[in-house]
Write a protein that binds this ligand. Sequence first.
Ligand code: B4P
Length: 200
Amino acid sequence: MTNTAPIRLLIVGAPGAGKGTQATGLAEAYGVPAISTGDIFRENIKNGTELGKRVQEITAQGQLVPDSLTNDLISDRLSQADVAPGFLLDGYPRTVGQVEFLTSVLEQDGAAIDAVVQLVTDTDAVVERLLKRAQEQGRVDDTEEIIRHRQEVYLQETAPVIDVYASRGVVVEVDGMGTVEEVATRILDALKAKGLEPRN
Ligand code: B4P
């Protein structure tokens, strides 16, 4: 049976857990756009936009961008035509305030999140991954000090997000350690087990 109802997915995990890495293939499998708030901020910083100027220092320090800015950005992005088949949000929501906002935006259309893929990883291993990325890509927020700070921010601000979705019964825990391919297979298997069949 072909599933034509919109599919709304989130991918969450600590910085370096592999969210952005897995998001592309996962979005392709479900025929939905992958929307990364981190990518949108970096693009704006690169292009020197007003938004970019406002978030440059915040992201470089590994702090969270204020909810008001992030929520506006997402509300605008979710009103675009390409999200008709659904979406995969990568890196959003990252605070309980963002969860409340997203929930109310979706409720206006009688919709809700179908599944939250939680990538479970080991802190030291993800710090290593990000230090490797620092050598390859030179991201300003990938110094060891800032990476450790981002892990702290994740535990304080974003771990409670998972609790909210867990209470709604939509969290799918996936082991994020192993190769990129192994993790991708585990994610698809876990979503299929939840009755969410890929479309491609
Ligand atoms: P993000 O862009 O979300 O940064 P990230 O947490 O580091 O994740 P990313 O997706 O890039 O990396 P991944 O784990 O895939 O956010 C950046 C900043 O933007 C935040 O600190 C914050 O300031 C701001 N921001 C974004 N969203 C926000 C929001 N909603 N509210 C407020 N502020 C927000 O991959 C990491 C590395 O691991 C890669 O090099 C990859 O190659 C490697 N890797 C992945 N999987 C691997 C595997 N299985 N094995 C080995 N290496 C692997």
